[in-house]
Design a protein around this ligand. Structure first.
Ligand SMILES: C[S@@+](CC[C@H](N)C(=O)[O-])C[C@H]1O[C@@H](n2cnc3c(N)ncnc32)[C@H](O)[C@@H]1O
Length: 718
């Protein structure tokens, strides 16, 4: 832990900080310099403790009473108060964004702002000489030395000021350099930042300039809105970008004024791009057409209209070119431009599972149920994703690497995107089914602690580029900190071990496909974790999320006796020992029979028998190596049956009932082995049917047919 620990917030009055000892100004600045130097030298991994939860303030700035540093009490929130401060140091990013601040009495203190998007530089966020207000501030001990830190856990409790707001103490307001009062100066700061692709800094500078504009600065205001629109869009704040783009449209102008027409065409285009990025294709189309009326041959607007048509088609029909998407997706370009396809699903009450996702029409096995782009995702390969980790004082849970970055990103983006905040905070947080999000002083009241609970219950690990066999089996993590994200609609899908749907990924797009036929108005389930042949292990993992699975498979597993469970585990141990010595089929066949005997046929009729899968697969492998084609076919079909597929077949035709089947990577292997066994026996027709079956299993599991032939090469069944 490099820099911080937090204590529970006490509520009893412990006296004002006038009575506490703190380093003087020189000491504090010196210590801060030392900290910066140490950080530059060591490039540390950054970890912090989250304190016991406390809520964000819900009060507007102007309703709060000013307080100064001497008035803050350690470990007590100054309810009903606001502190006005000026930053007097170049900020640094440790676990928090840290700097030194000064109040209107010239007293200095440390400041730590937690949970700020990691793509924002500390100095972009809080440059020296920035005026800020902290609503209902909290002073906590500084653990890495003597003294205290003003700590902000909810970024919305911090307000960046332009200096022109009412209530700012005179001494702070007049200490701003004269030039910073000029809107034009901040416009230039914004333009330079935009040129350097510092979009957060650019948007902040334009905001500052806008606050400093007078009534006469009409044209300047339009320029600033137009510039801020694109900075916000590139920073990912689309709602704000849309509002800015619309505000940048100059209302009154002559028909002959070509320059203004061009500016308005640009404003409409930017608003259109923001609406497009929000998935509001109707509004995006209107805005693009407005732009084209003013600037007929704008390539950008024409291209956007073309893209809108493609997205609408995807949205209405689920008609995506997944193979091409998968080919084009790579580590540098894994946030893709595609629409959501949600036409077949609806969130509804789901009994004792809370809310769930239901079909609005019948879906066939293998069909795409829905396709959704992440609300927010952090890939393990994102430069920001690895450094930070959080320990939660209350729950003792750890949040590592991309998970921490996801929290910071959601909190920063949701504060300025009320739609996103509403979607995110409507998700299950471990206690409640979402809560409405207030807007105060123009930003959404984002509760960091609640956000963390929502992430714990809803975030989903994902591959960095696309689902491949290795990624699905969990072998792909380069860093040990897997990529993770939030998909809004998919978050309503409840778990079942023997689920009727499963997920796959291409970049930040998640596809959910039906594993078996699903009728209209049925609940969709996905396995949160792969089932273990020892059901107590599965239930133990699910218990972390606060529930026990009651699917038909778990129900059957519950009726397995302790003796049967012990016998099953014995067979597994023997199998392991056998694998390290010899792989003779009589011994494996024997083990298979012993394991099969632990399954009660009445209870497990047609249900998957998890304890048989690895032995069944090994038998296929052994018969394949021996060139025993009839035995290979029999073992492969048995493996499919052990996966819960009911198979009727003669020498020419197969019929597969998937009603109880399990989603598993054993399934395409089994079908492929069967196809090969039949091919070797000269039964091409049935071989081709098993080949097609293998392909359909593969697409359900991995999203596309890519990788299927490599696997066949590995199995030597091409
Ligand atoms: C991602 S949310 C799913 C949507 C959630 N049911 C809701 O109302 O928003 C995960 C939570 O749903 C509940 N859940 C999911 N699957 C369940 C199941 N099979 N049985 C009981 N509760 C389940 C658990 O509370 C779990 O922590």
């Amino acid at each position: 832990m490099d820099d911080d620990q937090s204590l529970p917030i006490r509520t009893k009055d412990e006296g004002t900080s006038k009575n506490i000892s703190r380093p003087n100004r020189t000491q504090l600045l010196f210590e801060f310099d030392m900290q910066r130097e140490a950080q530059n030298r060591e490039n540390p991994k950054l970890a912090h403790f989250l304190p016991f939860p406390y809520p964000p303030t819900k009060h507007p700035l102007q309703s709060l009473d000013p307080i100064n540093i001497a008035g803050l009490k350690p470990d007590i929130i100054s309810n009903g108060c606001v502190i006005y401060l000026k930053t007097v140091e170049t900020a640094l990013r440790a676990a928090a964004i840290q700097t030194i601040v000064e109040d209107d009495e010239g007293i200095v203190e440390r400041l730590a702002i937690y949970n700020v998007d990691l793509s924002i530089d500390a100095n972009e966020f809080l440059p020296e000489n920035t005026l800020i207000a902290i609503k209902e501030p909290l002073l906590t001990p500084f653990p890495a030395g003597s003294g205290y830190t003003i700590r902000v856990d909810h970024p919305c409790d911090l307000v960046l000021l332009s200096g022109s707001e009412k209530g700012i103490p005179q001494s702070l307001a007049i200490s701003q350099p004269e030039e910073t009062k000029l809107a034009l100066y901040w416009k230039e700061v914004g333009n330079t930042a935009y040129g350097a692709r510092k979009f957060f800094k650019a948007a902040s500078a334009y905001s500052r300039a806008l606050k400093l504009c007078t009534e006469n600065d009409t044209n300047l205001k339009y320029d600033l809105f137009r510039n801020r629109a694109i900075a916000n869009i590139y920073f990912g704040r689309f709602r704000q970008g849309l509002e800015d783009g619309k505000a940048a449209v100059i209302q009154a102008f002559e028909d002959t004024d070509e320059a203004t027409k061009e500016l308005n065409a640009k404003a409409y285009r930017r608003a259109g791009l923001a609406a497009y990025s929000l998935g509001d294709y109707d509004q995006a189309e209107i805005l693009c057409k407005n732009s084209l009326e003013l600037s007929h041959d704008s390539k950008e607007a024409l291209q956007m209209i073309e893209n809108i048509e493609k997205r609408r088609k995807e949205q209405a029909t689920g008609d995506y070119d997944f193979e091409q998407m998968s080919r084009l997706c790579n580590v540098k370009r894994n946030r893709l431009d595609h629409a959501n396809y949600l036409a077949n699903v609806e969130v509804r009450p789901a009994g004792n599972h809370g809310r769930g996702l239901f079909t609005t029409r019948a879906i066939s096995a293998g069909e795409l149920i829905l396709c959704e782009k992440a609300l927010c995702v952090i890939f393990e390969t994102d430069p920001i994703s690895q450094k930070h980790s959080i320990l939660h004082t209350q729950t003792q849970r750890k949040t590592l690497g991309p998970q921490s970055a996801l929290l910071y990103s959601i909190c920063s983006k949701a504060a300025l995107d009320v739609d996103m905040a509403a979607k995110f905070f409507n998700l299950y947080d471990g206690e409640t089914n979402g809560s409405p999000v207030g807007v105060v002083d123009g930003v959404a009241v984002v509760d960091t602690f609640k956000a963390l609970s929502i992430l714990f219950h809803n975030a989903i690990g994902c591959p960095t580029v696309a689902s491949t066999m290795k990624e699905v089996q969990g072998q792909s993590m380069r860093t040990g900190f897997p990529s993770t994200g939030i998909w809004e609609t998919i978050s309503y899908i409840n778990h079942a071990c023997n689920a009727n749907a499963t997920r796959s990924f291409i970049g930040d797009i998640m596809m959910v496909r039906a594993v078996r036929d699903i009728k209209e108005d049925q609940e969709i389930y996905m396995p949160y974790v792969g089932p273990n042949s020892d059901n107590t292990i599965t239930q133990g993992v699910l218990q972390n999320w606060g529930f026990k699975c009651d699917c038909e498979l778990c129900d059957a597993e519950k009726r397995t006796t302790a003796l049967q469970r012990k016998q099953r585990n014995d067979v597994h141990d023997r199998l392991k020992a056998l694998l390290s010595n010899e792989r003779t089929h009589p011994r494996v066949e024997q083990l298979y029979k012993r394991q099969k005997a632990t399954y009660d046929d009445k209870i497990f009729k047609n249900l998957p028998r998890l304890g048989l899968l690895s032995i069944g697969w090994l038998l296929c492998h052994i018969h394949h190596e021996a060139g025993a084609w009839t035995k290979l076919v029999a073992a492969a079909v048995t493996l499919l049956q052990d996966l819960g597929y009911s198979i009727k077949m003669d020498d020419r035709i197969i019929e597969v009932d998937r009603q109880h089947c399990l989603v598993s990577y054993y399934a395409p292997d089994a079908a492929r082995y069967a196809a090969y066994g039949y091919k070797k026996q000269g039964k091409a027709k049935i071989a081709s049917q098993f080949h097609d079956l293998a392909k359909s299993f593969w697409v359900v599991l991995y999203g596309t047919a890519r990788g299927m032939d490599e696997r066949a090469k590995e199995l030597r069944v091409l």
